[in-house]
Design a protein around this ligand. Structure first.
Ligand code: PEP
Ligand code: MN
Length: 341
């Protein structure tokens, strides 16, 4: 059920509807837009009777939701969500640049990369302290020591920190040091982790699963939002296909496909989406051209020595050149007013 309030509904009228939803033993999710507030209702097993709401002052209409989505949908919030991350945001007119190494390897490495990406205008720093590796013998990340280094990067460069949590305990730790929780591709359907992220005060970067359909990815976002955290950014990072010329197949059509259904911002990860550094700038530009809200890019001061994902990491110079190129595309998109693809 979706209760759409009239454009001139008062705060008292909105609060009244929220309390009725609570009295029915259900959970209201109020989305306050520029033109109207809509209240999504979850917690019901069967259909909710619209007559509970139809004649309440301030209510414009009560609509039965027939789609699988209740909270990610444009029906609930027709304007794009702008997600606050520390002192910056994702989903507004600025292109969000999230850059940094795959993994935090040392203080010196993190600082060298941070110094370079901040010079090119990044507002967000990525870097894994907990790494989901295919092999248990591969570098697993520095753990809490990595988080402490990330916190120092924030302190020194004013960058907002995006870092992955692999499990619920990891979220407790990430919350102490970072600005945004990354849920990795391999965890996209870890439902208890999604629910825990939904109870976090931090925004969430939700990567698409290795073989997830659009619907499965959006339902994963619903898991987070149903717990009350509406600050979710989707990340297309490539899916597994028969192609052998790339590590994954970057599904750029996911951006307009999401836009058609959801108010959540979408960022593109051309690093994992290709696995090859020489392809990253081209696919980053393509991502901006299809209307992505941002890019997440792996950068390393010495990619050949990286402890993870060196082959897809840009050097500091390559990153700076890529930013010049993507910003040109972004400016064209903005001036042509086609950024809301
Ligand atoms: C990463 O960002 O380094 C990472 C492990 O990403 P993904 O979950 O998309 O593989
Ligand atoms: Mn990586």
């Amino acid at each position: 059920m979706l209760v759409v309030m009239k454009a001139d509904a008062t705060e008292v009228e909105i609060t009244h509807v929220l309390s009725i939803v609570h009295e029915l033993g259900l959970r209201p999710h109020a989305m306050r837009g520029a033109t109207r507030t809509a209240i999504g209702i979850t917690g019901n097993q069967g259909a909710v009777d619209p007559s509970h709401f139809e004649n309440i002052p301030g209510v414009s209409e009560a609509i039965r939701v027939t789609k699988p989505y209740k909270l990610i949908t444009l029906d609930l919030s027709p304007e794009k969500t702008i997600v606050r991350v520390g002192d910056a945001s994702i989903g507004g007119p600025e292109l969000a640049l999230i850059a940094g190494p795959c993994a935090v390897e040392s203080r010196a490495q993190a600082f060298a990369v941070a110094e370079a990406v901040v010079r090119s205008g990044a507002r967000f720093f990525r870097g894994g302290a907990f790494k989901p590796r295919t092999s248990p013998y591969a570098f697993q990340g520095l753990g809490e020591e990595g988080l402490r280094i990330l916190a120092e990067v924030r302190e020194t460069y004013g960058l907002n920190i995006v870092t992955e949590a692999l499990d619920e305990y990891g979220i407790d730790q990430v919350e102490r040091y970072a600005d945004m929780i990354q849920i990795g591709a391999r965890n996209m359907q870890n439902f208890s982790l999604l629910r825990r992220a939904g109870r976090s005060p931090l925004p969430v970067l939700l990567k698409r699963g290795l073989s997830a359909t659009l619907e499965e990815w959006l339902m994963a976002a619903e898991y987070i939002m149903i717990e009350g955290n509406y600050q979710v950014v989707l990340c297309e990072r490539g899916i597994r296909t028969f192609a052998q010329h790339t590590r994954n197949t970057l599904d750029l059509a996911a951006v307009p496909a999401v836009r058609q259904i959801s108010h959540l911002p979408v960022v593109i990860d051309p690093s994992h989406g290709t696995g090859k550094s020489y392809m990253v700038p081209a696919m980053a530009k393509a991502g901006v051209a299809v209307g992505a809200d941002g890019l997440i890019i792996e950068v390393h001061d010495q990619p050949e020595r990286a402890l993870s994902d060196g082959a897809q990491s840009l050097t500091l110079d390559q990153y700076s050149q890529m930013v010049d190129e993507v910003m040109n595309i972004h400016r064209v998109m903005m001036s042509a007013d086609c950024f809301a693809v």
